[in-house]
Design a protein around this ligand. Structure first.
Ligand code: PLZ
Length: 444
């Protein structure tokens, strides 16, 4: 522990009304100076973290079942990351890799080449955010193919910049009045087994038919897909959907881009979500879990695509910042040492059993889905498949009031997603699921 503060421990603990007085005062200050355009899930202001626990300014301890949206997969305040980052800050914080380079950047790219699927030469470019990685994957796909069209899917989330807003499906809150959007972006139907009842092959056929008739395969530079959708509702496509799309892309010279920004880096029980179906993307975008909380993102892929770009065509002032790169190296080392893919699979078993039990007990739960430590329940009006966003809101609020940070998501806002740190203890996970079960009972 390099913090001079006393350890936080592993307990969930609510000691004030929530939010507490100090958080309320901070929230008032914030209102004066922070743009109202930023939302807040729960306005408790955080002071410190440890493992799966976040401590707020009023002394309340929250069990974190969201990992800051799948970022702190290795937990909060991990000694290996603290050490690596502190050392790097002391050594140097910035040179700009395009001006004078450094080893940490190269080493992160070596790790990504080794970890991402595909037994072929791969190169990487590093960026600051997931959105930026997606934008750059699109740039590479367009340049390498000489084509313009990019196909994204219903319920997709790829970011908030202009190009990635176009790629993101949901209007509110991401796109409303922010247009005009980037051209040559097309949307294909996603496989969403709970709502379309199609097999993977059928759903792929439907998507391919739409692309071929509305865009033309020869015009498509890239097919961009989240192997398990994140913001869109933890939609897991039916088995065979991804392999069929990947085979179609390969047959038509289309670059298959897997957006693993939320599902990647051990989250689903493997290093990448595509691994579960043996899909080998041409390009992979990563961020979030990659650097243990520091901002770092990457595009990794076939060297002949990534290297088709003219020198100077990719870059940015901060991309691959040495401190973020050092954090990523410590994070990846920790993931290996603790075998976090195996931890995610074990968490997935506990989640699956418990979420199915909650579903059996409550008619609010229409579907349980996900993989590993990326699982969700979709809430509906009992007896129908009508999305029930009000129930999701009530469940999250109940969890929050009881010291559990849980997140909602989904095109219809009716999905509760669980993204615990992969270092969560079994006791903590069971405790969090007890609160979730109570929350669903209270909303039923
Ligand atoms: N691709 C699959 O999940 C980010 C967004 C939170 P950035 N998801 C969380 C919000 O409301 O802004 C995400 C993702 C997938 C791309 C992104 C974008 O990553 O680092 O937020 O730009």
């Amino acid at each position: 522990m390099s913090s001079s503060q006393p350890p936080i421990g592993t307990e969930r603990k609510v000691v004030t009304e929530l939010p507490g007085p100090k958080s309320r005062a901070l929230h008032e200050r914030r209102r004066q100076v922070v743009s109202a355009g930023l939302s807040t899930g729960f306005p408790v202001y955080i002071e410190r973290g440890e493992g799966a626990i976040l401590l707020d300014v009023d002394g309340n301890q929250f069990l974190d079942l969201g990992s800051g949206i799948a970022v702190t997969s290795i937990g909060h305040a991990v000694p290996a990351v603290i050490e690596a980052v502190s050392q790097q800050v002391a050594d140097f914080t910035h040179t700009c890799f395009m001006v004078v380079p450094y080893e940490e950047y190269v080493e992160v790219c070596e790790e990504l080449a080794a970890l991402t699927p595909g037994d072929f030469p791969k190169t990487t470019a590093l960026f600051n955010s997931g959105s930026e990685a997606v934008e750059n994957a699109v740039k590479v796909a367009r340049l390498a193919t000489g084509r313009q069209a990019i196909v994204a899917f219903d319920h997709a989330y790829h970011g908030r910049t202009n190009l990635t807003m176009a790629l993101t499906a949901k209007n509110m809150p991401y796109k409303e009045h922010f247009g005009p959007f980037a051209p040559e972006v097309y949307r294909a139907p996603m496989s969403y087994p709970y709502r379309d009842g199609l097999s993977g092959a059928e759903a792929a056929q439907r998507a391919i038919a739409a692309i071929e008739s509305q865009v033309g395969a020869h015009n498509v530079a890239g097919l961009l897909i989240e192997p398990i959708q994140g913001e869109g509702g933890f939609v897991v496509p039916a088995d065979g959907f991804l392999p069929a799309l990947s085979a179609w892309a390969a047959a038509h010279g289309v670059v298959f881009i897997a957006d693993e920004i939320q599902a990647g880096f051990c989250r689903t029980g493997d290093w990448f979500a595509v691994n579960h179906e043996g899909v080998i993307p041409d390009l992979v975008t990563t961020a979030k879990g990659l650097a243990g909380g520091l901002p770092l993102a990457a595009v990794t892929g076939r060297a002949e695509l990534m290297n088709a770009v003219h020198e100077g065509g990719l870059g940015g002032t901060y991309g691959g910042n040495p401190v973020a790169a050092a954090a990523a190296l410590a994070t990846i080392r920790t993931m290996r040492e603790l075998d976090l893919p195996a931890k995610a699979r074990a968490i997935g078993e506990t989640l699956s059993t418990r979420l199915h039990a909650i579903a059996a007990e409550s008619p609010l739960v229409g579907d349980v889905r996900g993989r590993g430590a990326m699982m969700a329940i979709e809430l509906v009006t009992p007896g129908t498949t009508e999305p029930n966003a009000a129930a999701a809101k009530a469940v999250v609020a109940y969890c929050n009031q009881n010291g559990v940070l849980a997140l909602s998501c989904g095109t219809y806002g009716n999905v509760i997603r669980l993204l615990p740190p992969l270092v969560i203890t079994d006791a903590q996970l069971r405790d969090g699921l007890d609160v979730l079960a109570e929350a669903v009972r209270a909303a039923s």
